[in-house]
Design a binder for this molecule. Structure first.
Ligand SMILES: Nc1ncnc2c1ncn2[C@@H]1O[C@H](COP(=O)(O)OP(=O)(O)OP(=O)(O)O)[C@@H](O)[C@H]1O
Length: 332
């Protein structure tokens, strides 16, 4: 365990979190009974294929989901339940205590406003600085993310994709939050720039003692940046544990396939179909019976078609939801 993850405990706790979208043809169970803890100062990676519920989980944390989403369970941020917070408090929490960096910064920035004004906005809105002090802080922030301070006068279209993502990171850092949620922050970038932005995120959260939840389909990226990993499949966590152990010695057959798909950081070819895994992730409206992964699982037993095993202890601070893991642990 890293030094950072040994610091103060329990900044964020999810307890049986579920999110269901109501659409015309029925209900989409996008997140199903997710429980996890993020220690203060630690970095947690959430991995899974497209449609596994990662972004829904991220959006739920700051109540950014659309109105058709029904959310159950508890999200405790420093002991305070996000789901029952009054809206005024929720607005105060966003940016100041927890901020989010999305994939594809071009959508997150206003094309007709200068970079400096956009980075200053969270500071001004949250009353953390007056205009003159905000300008100074913007210069500091741009410097921190490796951009020259004159970039404050640029417009988003004058920057590269990587530079725009650095601006989004500067905005996320502006109010010195305790938690940053980064949802596929480097997916839209080419491999070289991706590596630079990942290093930047890793260094900034470590230097500033910020907790991080990073979401990606790429297990190698997460293993590089995060202390712990949670692997999601069809809205559930199927494995959790220290990054190195999950990446190099996965217990769940799905995590194994995901790790094998991304032997090195940022292999875009593996994005949608992990190698060695046939078929597609299930439609959440028509989940298979038993273990949701069993139709694609190379080691499925007959009982997997009816039995949905809970997360089972699989070593120190490790869990996996698989009948084989359970059998092994029961035998030992
Ligand atoms: N607004 C919505 N209304 C209905 N269904 C939705 C909505 N948003 C997401 N979904 C569905 O919820 C499930 C989880 O989607 P989500 O975007 O959270 O997955 P993801 O793992 O982040 O995928 P990706 O990596 O492609 O973003 C998917 O089946 C998706 O189609």
């Amino acid at each position: 365990m890293s030094e950072r993850s040994e610091s103060r405990a329990g900044l964020l706790e999810l307890d049986d979190l579920s999110v269901t979208y109501r659409i015309a043809s029925g209900e989409v169970p996008a997140v199903r009974g997710v429980s996890l803890t993020l220690d203060s100062g630690a970095a947690l990676g959430v991995a899974g294929e497209s449609g596994s519920g990662k972004s829904t989980l991220a959006m739920a944390l700051l109540r950014l989901l659309p109105r058709d989403a029904r959310v159950g369970g508890r999200i405790l941020l420093d002991g305070e339940d996000v789901l029952t917070m009054k809206w005024g408090r929720m607005r105060a929490v966003r940016w100041a205590e927890a901020s989010i960096v999305f994939q594809g910064a071009q959508h997150g920035l206003n094309p007709v406003r200068k970079i400096g004004d956009q980075v200053a906005e969270p500071l001004l809105v949250h009353g953390q600085a007056r205009p003159e002090a905000a300008r100074k802080r913007v210069a500091e922030l741009l410097d921190q993310v490796g951009l020259p301070t004159w970039r404050a006068r640029s417009y988003p279209h004058e920057l590269s994709g990587g530079q725009r993502q650095r601006v989004m990171i500067a905005m996320a850092l502006a109010c010195s939050p305790r938690l940053i949620i980064a949802d596929e922050p480097t997916t839209a970038l080419d491999v070289m720039v991706q590596a630079q932005v990942l290093t930047l995120i890793k260094d900034l959260v470590a230097e500033n003692g910020i907790s991080l939840i990073m979401i990606s389909h790429d297990l190698s990226v997460l293993a590089d940046v995060c202390d712990r990993l949670a692997v999601m499949y069809a809205g559930r966590i199927v494995e959790q544990g220290p990054s190195g152990e999950v990446f190099h010695d996965a217990k769940h057959p799905y995590s194994k396939a995901l790790a094998a798909a991304f032997p090195t950081v940022g292999d875009p070819a593996a994005r949608l179909a992990p190698k060695g895994l046939g078929g597609d992730p299930p439609d959440p409206m028509q989940l298979p019976t038993g273990c949701s992964f069993h139709p694609r699982c190379p080691v499925a037993l007959d009982e997997c078609a009816t039995l949905d095993v809970e997360l089972w202890p699989a070593g120190e601070r490790r869990t996996a939801a698989c009948v084989h893991v359970r059998a092994k642990e029961e035998a030992s």
